[in-house]
Structure formats: C-alpha cells, structure tokens
Design a binder for this molecule. Structure first.
Ligand code: ADP
Ligand code: MG
Length: 251
C-alpha cells in the first residue's frame, strides 16, 4: 500500500501521523518506507540528523543519475526506512514547471523500490501543489487527518475534488483509505461535536481510532524518536498502534 497523508491545511497532524503511523507499521513487522515530501523536512528530522543527510528525495527526483535506492536511509528500527527531504525540495516546483512528466516524477523514480515494502507512507506539504500531486499520482490510498476543531471540515471539498480529478485523469486506483481525527480534546463539547460532524460527513471512512492532544506526541520529534520509543506507555503510543492495526485491516 502506498499511502499519502494529505490535507492542504497546515497543523492538522500530517507529519505527526506520518512519523508515528510509519513507526507503528514497522513495529508490527511490516517493511515500511517513510517518504518525506515536505520541504520543511520534519518527518526526516524525527529520525535522522540534519548533518547526516547529504542526498535527499530532491536529488532522486531531479538528477537523472541519482537512483531512489541511493537516498533511502535505514533507521534504528530495521523495518523502517526513510527517504529524507531537505529545504532544497522547495525548489522542485520551479524546477519541474513545464517539464512534461512533472506530475509523475515520484512514481517513476520510486517504481523500482515499491516491491521492497509492504507500506510506503508519504508526508505531504500543506498545499495542493506539485509535490502533493506527485504524492497522489503515486499513491494507492489517501489518509486525511482532520484536526478536531472549529472549521475543521473547511477545505476538505477542495481536497476531495483534487483526488477526484487525479483519479479520473491519471491514477484510477487512488482510494480514500480513511479520515483520522487528530488533536482531539474529548473534554470539550466542541471536540465531541466535531467528531459527530466528521462522522456524519465521512461515515465509515472515519477511523475508529481518534488521536488525542498530547504533550508526549508534540515533543517526541525533538528527541529524534517516534512515540513508541519516546513514551511507549502514553495514550499517543496506544492510539497510533491502534491506527496501525486499522490501516493493516483496511489494506
Ligand atoms: P502538519 O504536518 O499537518 O502541519 P503536524 O503534525 O506538524 O501537522 O502538527 C502541528 C503541530 O501540532 C506540531 O507542533 C505537532 O507537534 C503538534 N501536534 C500534532 N499532533 C499532536 C497531538 N496529537 N497532540 C499534541 N500536539 C500535536
Ligand atoms: Mg507537516
């Protein structure tokens, strides 16, 4: 399964979900590749040191002589690999503008390594630009994190329209795997209202697992860890492990 974690809104938990879902799947013995497609590189930096990254996904996408396999890096979990991003990725849009295969670069570059993994998890930037389109062209499935807050559903129409267009034009196999409620605070009436509202709009597509607001989840990247090593007993670890199970069941 090639899973794009996408929502064009920032701050909804895409990166946190990409990191911890990839780690959860790897811990269940699934060979997993985390592809960082956000120029901010936060997924990358949760597992690798900045200084240790010489070549990144940008090089694989633009340099004809850099193969994807050359930029993929191991982590302390033998089942988890990372295709790192650096700020250079911000140049990609300009670089591929007007190239006839601009939307297909990720798919074409990673095609040869798909067979090495049960799961490829792609963290995407908070736009519907070329990077996100590359992710959606390559993906088999889409996971949409939605922040449990006021106006959380605003913008999901645009996303679903883009997905529809991509499905019709270039990637018929693309499916919505699920909608994940994140940053949830069950103590507030608003929080509970949002859950009801999201369930009303997306029905069965909403994952049973809900990710609560948690300081442990917020701080774990700073320690270069997933939630499973940073705070293995925390609610965040339990919830992302459950999400891993749900994703495997839906696969
Ligand atoms: P996105 O990638 O969609 O922009 P992030 O995953 O970077 O979103 O999350 C935005 C901010 O919220 C980050 O500072 C992150 O650490 C924090 N965050 C994400 N999920 C949680 C959570 N469940 N509990 C607390 N903080 C969270
Ligand atoms: Mg992010």
């Amino acid at each position: 399964m090639i899973l794009a974690v996408t929502n064009q809104k920032g701050g909804v938990g895409k990166t946190t979900t990409s990191i911890n879902l990839a780690a959860a799947l790897a811990r269940k013995g699934q060979r997993t590749l985390l592809v960082d497609l956000d120029p901010q590189g936060h997924s990358t930096l949760s597992f690798l040191d900045h200084e240790s990254i010489d070549r990144s996904i940008y090089d694989a996408l633009v340099e004809p002589d850099v193969a994807a396999a050359e930029i993929i890096r191991p982590t302390t979990d033998e089942y988890l690999h990372v295709a790192p991003a650096r700020i250079s990725l911000a140049k990609l849009e300009g670089k591929l503008l007007g190239e006839f295969d601009g939307h297909y670069r990720l798919r074409d570059e990673l095609k040869s390594i798909v067979k090495n993994y049960e799961f490829i998890v792609i963290d995407t930037p908070p736009t519907l630009g070329l990077l996100t389109v590359n992710a959606l062209v390559f993906a088999t499935h889409l996971l949409v994190p939605i922040q449990s807050s006021y106006l959380s559903l605003e913008g999901t129409d645009d996303l679903l329209e883009t997905v529809d267009r991509i499905r019709k034009q270039v990637n018929r196999r693309l499916q919505l795997l699920g909608v994940l409620i994140t940053l949830h605070d069950n103590r507030t009436i608003l929080g509970r209202d949002v859950v009801a509202q999201v369930r009303e709009v997306f029905g069965e597509k909403v994952f049973q697992t809900i990710i609560s607001k948690s300081v442990r989840l917020e701080e774990s990247p700073a320690y270069k860890e997933s939630i499973f090593t940073h705070a293995p007993r925390s609610s965040g670890a339990k919830q992302y492990a459950e999400l891993g199970n749900e994703v495997m069941q839906r696969a």
